[in-house]
Design a protein around this ligand. Sequence first.
Ligand SMILES: *[C@@H]1O[C@H](CO)[C@@H](O)[C@H](O)[C@H]1NC(C)=O
Ligand SMILES: *[C@@H]1O[C@H](CO)[C@@H](O)[C@H](O)[C@H]1NC(C)=O
Ligand SMILES: *[C@@H]1O[C@H](CO)[C@@H](O)[C@H](O)[C@H]1NC(C)=O
Ligand SMILES: *[C@@H]1O[C@H](CO)[C@@H](O)[C@H](O)[C@H]1NC(C)=O
Ligand SMILES: *[C@@H]1O[C@H](CO)[C@@H](O)[C@H](O)[C@H]1NC(C)=O
Length: 402
Amino acid sequence: MKLAKGKLPLSLMAIIISAVAFTGVIFTEDLRSLTEEKQNTAKKDEFIDEDKNAFNPSNCKMMDGKWVFNSSMEPLYTDKTCPYIERQIACQTNGRKDGDYRHWEWQLDDCTLPRFNPRLVLEKLRGKRLMFVGDSLQRGQWLSFVCMLQSIIPEDKKYMNRTRSLSVFGAKEFNATVEFYWSPFLIESNSDDPIITDTTKRILHVDCITKHARNWVGVDFLVFNTYVWWMSGHRLKTLWGSFSNGDEGYEELDAAFAYRLGLKTWANWVDSNIDPTLTRVFFTTMSPTHMRSSDWHNKKGIRCYNETKPVMERGHWGSGSDKQMMEVVSSIVERMIVPVTFINITQLSEYRIDGHVSVYTETGGEMLTKKQKANPRRYADCIHWCLPGVPDTWNQVLYAYL
Ligand SMILES: *[C@@H]1O[C@H](CO)[C@@H](O)[C@H](O)[C@H]1NC(C)=O
Ligand SMILES: *[C@@H]1O[C@H](CO)[C@@H](O)[C@H](O)[C@H]1NC(C)=O
Ligand SMILES: *[C@@H]1O[C@H](CO)[C@@H](O)[C@H](O)[C@H]1NC(C)=O
Ligand SMILES: *[C@@H]1O[C@H](CO)[C@@H](O)[C@H](O)[C@H]1NC(C)=O
Ligand SMILES: *[C@@H]1O[C@H](CO)[C@@H](O)[C@H](O)[C@H]1NC(C)=O
């Protein structure tokens, strides 16, 4: 199968990023002080229960809330009942024993976030296409969406077609598709497919996007992301302007600067090719990595290994989410003509040190061996998330906006 081939370098890349991040080369700023949120209790009291239930996303701050444990809350699927789940993120199947991480609900301060309702989603998507575009974290969000949706569709009324760059899940009776398009930088690079695992050999073509973007035309809902691939910990080999020598003549740029150039190309493409009366555009903000247990004051911890509870300290922000990169995104989106809705998952995911695949995953296309599992310092993947899990909540936020 083609797919299996594609999976190998992805996992490798995760390990490489992990390794780099762990040495602490990537993240240098102390960001916590920037993010302390003050609770506005006066405002909270004004809301009576009725108001809480009438959900209106424009009045709700999706970022302000807390995780509440609810043992009777069951996810809409398990990693055994969803036939499309990938082994990389199927934590229970891969031997994870603790299951509490599946029973936390994100509760907003000011409103009630509606539960993901597959039936309503199917109605909403009738005759339409929803496409997630981005990296492996975005693929996790896509799979979470598909797994929740397919839970109410009988076997013969759904299909999945996968190729290396585009995967399409379809609900036949609704003529609806939920798709994933692989382009980890959004713009073109020499490492889109096949993936170059040595991050120093990657070359970004920051002003080229058409090869990918032509696949996004005519889609009704587009959900983009791109972040972690820019965080390789060294300057990025970047090409821009007209160039004719293939990959010759690149310059090495800081991540934030290269990111700005790449996102501008993306924004220009969206502004000149998307009709906002026909297509809604979303952007999932950065998914935090949890490679440094000192971020949440666990001195004996090894990355996110063995963590079974979220961080409860309000406003917690670790070294795995770069505020400067977030500001690049917001400053570019602010100036766009086409409105872009942020699915701002960063703060809510920052708390979830317990939600990553850790050692219940694969490396190089193979399950971690017993010996590797016993070596979390090297092998724990604290970038990707277990399914069911945290990405289900990202989609609850997306659902609220739909
Ligand atoms: C816990 O989840 C159950 C099942 O979804 C729900 O009925 C109940 O209201 C939830 N409890 C709280 C306190 O949110
Ligand atoms: C199915 O949806 C596509 C758009 O996603 C549309 O072009 C096509 O006409 C639809 N087919 C039917 C039979 O409704
Ligand atoms: C899935 O892909 C196969 C092979 O490319 C194709 O024949 C089939 O029509 C596709 N199914 C759908 C529903 O798109
Ligand atoms: C991780 O958790 C397991 C099971 O609770 C325990 O046996 C083991 O000692 C823990 N490892 C570390 C390094 O804390
Ligand atoms: C996302 O939310 C955080 C606070 O939770 C905020 O600092 C950040 O600016 C928001 N990002 C965007 C792109 O709006």
